[in-house]
Design a protein around this ligand. Structure first.
Ligand SMILES: *[C@@H]1O[C@H](CO)[C@@H](O)[C@H](O)[C@H]1NC(C)=O
Ligand SMILES: *[C@@H]1O[C@H](CO)[C@@H](O)[C@H](O)[C@H]1NC(C)=O
Length: 499
């Protein structure tokens, strides 16, 4: 090597290093997966055709239109049952690495049991998967996104421990039929939110059983998740070589006063750790703080035993480690403060933490969703620290508005959250593998009906064709995927407040 070429080589190394340091924090790591997501009830429609059975969300919206903001339901939704090829074309246009969608239990098993397998339902998902693969998009299946069979719910649903067997039998059918072409599965989407449907009468199935029902529901969900994981492990993994995780909703939390750092830890355990600790911690089982608080407060309320059910040591071991990755849903944060138990109040779900919102946080169209990007970095760090750096797949993150295709607020939100996530990767060394923008389409947003919108693509719900129109955010995301960067030229002005 001449001294000249040595010099040139040295300069190019210096240049490369400088380039990397100057730009890396806005680029995605090599192999990082970018995608988008939907769920069956929110987009498919075709609620009772070609053999599909009734789910709790079918029943709930039909019986309680008054509990849906615009009195709507998912009978037709985005009509993706008929228009899935159009959906895949949108995904192809964005060149996403993967598409996360959920399978409707009652489309495949109309009775809830595998005594009847509805071939039309199997075909629908096989066609969707083939269409995705033909367009170079990895299918990412959610087994259960809240729409279990109405019939099984009548027999108790998540309050019946037999639900563990029922959902396992359904999962086995999905693994057998769809698994040969699918590498990524998640079991249950947002268990704590599922159990809101047991605790309250605000979302399906609306059992209104309060905290006792809520804790029983989670107990059965954790067992069900683990059982599904072990079924995959023993019966399918060798041939299919896929991964199975669970999707947990973990909001951020910031101390209301500098003294409230204990409240940050406590609320993380009560909301996220309630699901995550039994699966991802070294010891397994519920977090100590939950066991202690609920035991104390159940006693004060006069119950003979804690309202938090107990896992046998065998179940603790069976649930512990039952995930290949941590699926994280994250949208927003809360301010938290430690508060004392009020004498005479029934507080058997006592966390000792009061949650509020900082009024200065930018709003969205959903009252629960304020824009706090640092919250994502915080929860990724907490998960990494608490559970020894599991691979984290961000499975949902998105912004709610009520409008239009020129959705610069959504771009601003997505970019700021992705930036916070990249800080967690580059500055904090967390092990994040994927990012998922919720959602591909404007869709049926549960109790908010079609009023609150999360889509990268607008859907005209007044047109029987359910016409899809890409929003600015879809084109922005497309560029992000192409360049593997959240480029500053797309930096929008601050999030616009929606009154
Ligand atoms: C924080 O705690 C200290 C010590 O207990 C107390 O003196 C102080 O007033 C507290 N500050 C706030 C903002 O509550
Ligand atoms: C729906 O699509 C069909 C076929 O493309 C078209 O002929 C029809 O005009 C459309 N209907 C509406 C209301 O846009």
């Amino acid at each position: 090597m001449t001294s000249y070429s040595f010099l040139r080589a040295a300069f190019s190394v210096i240049f490369a290093v400088t380039y990397v340091f100057a730009n890396d924090t806005l680029s995605f790591p090599q192999g990082f997966l970018l995608g988008t997501a939907t769920s069956a009830y929110q987009i498919e429609g075709g609620w009772n055709i070609n053999g599909k059975g009734e789910s709790v969300w079918d029943r709930w919206t039909h019986d309680n239109p008054n509990l849906i903001l615009d009195h709507s339901n998912g009978d037709v939704a985005c009509d993706s049952y008929h228009k899935y090829k159009e959906d895949v074309q949108l995904l192809k246009d964005m060149e996403v690495d993967f598409y996360r969608f959920s399978v409707s239990w009652t489309r495949i098993l109309p009775t809830g049991y595998p005594n009847v397998i509805n071939q039309d339902g199997i075909n629908y998902y096989k066609n969707l998967i083939n269409e995705l693969l033909a367009n170079n998009i990895e299918p990412f299946i959610t087994l259960y996104h809240w729409d279990h069979p109405e019939y099984l719910d009548k027999m108790g649903g998540w309050t019946n421990s037999l639900m563990v067997e029922w959902i396992s039998n359904y999962a086995r059918v999905v693994f057998k039929e769809l698994g040969p072409k699918v590498k990524y599965f998640t079991t249950i989407n947002e268990p704590a939110d599922v159990c809101q449907g047991v605790a309250t009468d605000k979302v399906a199935p609306g059992k209104n059983l309060g905290s006792p029902g809520k804790y029983l529901c989670m107990h059965n969900i954790l067992k069900a998740h683990a059982k599904i994981y072990h079924i995959y492990q023993t019966e399918f993994r060798k041939q299919q070589k896929g991964q199975v995780g669970i999707v947990i909703s973990c909001p951020g939390a910031f101390p209301k006063t500098p003294n409230d750092t204990a409240a940050v830890d406590a609320i993380f355990q009560f909301v996220c750790g309630w699901v995550a600790h039994p699966i991802f911690s070294k010891t397994g089982d519920y977090p100590e703080i939950i066991k202690a608080h609920i035991a104390d407060n159940s006693k004060l309320d006069g119950y003979p035993a804690s309202l938090l059910p107990t896992f046998s040591p065998k179940w603790v071991q069976y649930i512990k480690g039952s995930a290949d990755f941590f699926g994280l849903n994250h949208y927003t944060s809360k301010l938290v403060e430690t508060v004392p138990r009020v004498e005479g109040e029934r507080w058997y779900d006592y966390s000792g933490v009061k949650q509020t919102i900082d009024p200065s946080w930018p709003k969205s169209a959903a009252d629960w969703l304020r824009v706090v990007p640092d919250g994502l970095r915080q929860v990724i760090n907490l998960i990494s620290k608490q559970y020894d750096r599991p691979p984290i797949f961000v499975m949902e993150n998105g912004f709610a508005d009520e409008c239009c295709t020129s959705d610069s607020s959504r771009i601003s939100y997505l970019r700021s959250y992705m930036k916070a996530m990249l800080s967690a990767i580059y500055e904090d060394g967390c092990n994040v593998k994927s990012y998922t923008a919720w959602s591909l389409l404007d869709n049926f947003e549960w109790a908010d009906g079609y009023k609150v919108r999360f889509g990268l693509v607008n859907v005209d719900f007044t047109n029987p064709n359910r016409t899809r129109t890409p929003k600015l955010s879809m084109n922005w995301y497309k560029t992000v995927i192409k360049t593997r960067r959240i480029d500053s030229i797309f930096e929008s002005p601050d999030v616009v407040n929606i009154p």
